[in-house]
Design a protein around this ligand. Structure first.
Ligand code: NIG
Ligand code: FE
Length: 415
């Protein structure tokens, strides 16, 4: 499914040009070409420039053509943190939270993640494929061309593998590219309560080796949180994961300041995510180590927690990415417009920074800044065309999808 395509006359061709994460001030520069055009051959971007120059050089008749007059054209969005493969739903927990129960209280009394674990263990592969496919369709309509997906609703060998296999199959059969993350240490399963060290050893000895050998995941993640897994347990698992060739990621400093951000820097993690409570030192360490700070404002919104200090992080020269965290518990949304609204209106992130955070920095958060996340020669032809002439309409048109067309590998896949 690879296309030969010219997109021409783009009012704003927002290239986000770059091949690595943008830190701090760099996040403001979207490298826009006005009246821009892109040439894609065999799914790969061949040339980027002013429409006039491109049409002088290339014969439109040899290509599919999209006329983007009065439209803004951007790189496909990269949603770099989701848990989109899961069984069942937890709407009653949402109602309990509205009444005042906290996410951790619900978890402590036996609900939360383990609730979805039961449903995911019971779900057949076909059911997970079906719901996963529907969620991918919805993400694609929001302009997402690459998504990261985590396991973590199995917490046993068979179901962790099943979730990863479902993502592998969806990746082959759906236009959205899927980056797979092994999150076997997402919660403590009921039969390991009080035996957290044993559970980490089980993950290390019994599941991780097969995940690595079968190349079922590129990343290994852990929920490093008070009452879940400690900094020591996280260090142990992620160091082992590195030995097996999986790159580390962390759910870090979400509810309690545990030192997850500092650990991410120490380990050279690709990203640390959530970070609502990250310390000043943790932020500084991450900026120095080049760890992408992935901010998930939908989760803070849904849990009614204070937002992560995205402004501070950018000012401290961090590379910030934004993602949905789509999951059945803390944040059941795949809405990119919601993420834009929250980041810009409540976190002091500019529209330009938010776009960088959802494109090239999202790509960096999944280790793919060299192949996706910007409109640059040599990258995949993954492109979003808005209904409006400027990227500025994205947060301005509150809560509404401004994406009109999506191109994946040079093929129009959503219109
Ligand atoms: O990223 N914080 C831990 N994990 C998920 C929530 C998963 C769930 O509640 O099902 C998160 O928010
Ligand atoms: Fe998450």
């Amino acid at each position: 499914m690879e296309g030969n395509l010219i997109i021409k006359n783009a009012n704003e061709l927002v290239t986000c040009s770059g091949f690595k994460a943008k830190q701090g001030k760099e996040m403001s520069d979207l490298k826009i070409i006005y009246d821009g055009a892109v040439v894609i051959e065999d799914g790969i971007i061949k040339e980027v420039g002013k429409t006039e120059e491109i049409l002088d050089k290339y014969n439109e008749n040899d290509y599919e053509v999209i006329d983007a007059k009065d439209k803004a054209v951007l790189p496909g969005f990269v949603d770099s943190h989701t848990h989109f493969v899961f069984g069942g739903y937890r709407p009653e927990e949402f109602s309990w939270r509205l009444r005042g129960d906290s996410y951790m209280e619900i978890m402590e009394r036996g609900g939360g993640i383990v609730n979805s674990v039961e449903a995911t263990r019971k779900a057949s592969k076909e059911e997970l494929l079906e719901t996963g496919r529907k969620r991918l369709n919805s993400m694609l309509a929001f302009g997402v061309t690459t998504v990261e997906g985590k396991s973590g609703y199995g917490l046993d060998y068979d179901t962790e593998i099943k979730q990863l296999e479902v993502m592998e199959e969806l990746d082959k059969n759906h236009p959205v590219d899927i980056v797979k993350t092994f999150l076997g240490a997402h919660a403590i399963p009921k039969d390991y309560k009080g035996k957290e060290d044993e559970f980490i050893d089980f993950i290390i000895d019994k599941v991780l080796p097969d995940v690595a050998e079968r190349k079922l995941a590129e990343f290994c993640d852990i929920f490093c949180e008070k009452g879940v897994f400690s900094v020591e347990q996280s260090r142990k698992l992620l160091n082992k994961a590195k030995e097996y060739g999986l790159k580390p990621k962390l759910h870090a400093d979400e509810i309690v300041q545990l030192g997850g951000a500092e650990l991410a820097a120490e380990l050279g993690a690709v990203s640390a995510d959530h970070l609502l409570q990250a310390s000043d030192k943790g932020v500084k360490d991450m900026a120095e180590a080049g760890v992408v700070a992935t901010i998930l404002p939908g989760t803070a919104f849904s849990l009614k927690e204070p937002y992560a200090r995205a402004r501070y992080m950018i000012d401290q020269n961090c590379a910030v990415a934004l993602a949905t965290d789509l999951n059945p518990g803390s944040c059941f949304t795949e809405s990119i417009p919601l993420i834009f609204s929250l980041a810009t209106l409540y976190m002091d992130v500019t529209t330009e920074e938010a776009i960088t955070a959802l494109t090239i920095n999202g790509a960096a958060a999944v280790g793919r800044a060299d192949t996706i996340g910007s409109i640059d020669v040599g990258k995949k032809g993954d492109i979003v065309i808005l209904e409006f002439p400027s990227y500025k309409y994205i947060p301005y048109h509150i809560g509404v999808n401004t994406v009109e067309k999506v191109v994946k590998n040079g093929k129009l896949v959503y219109d």
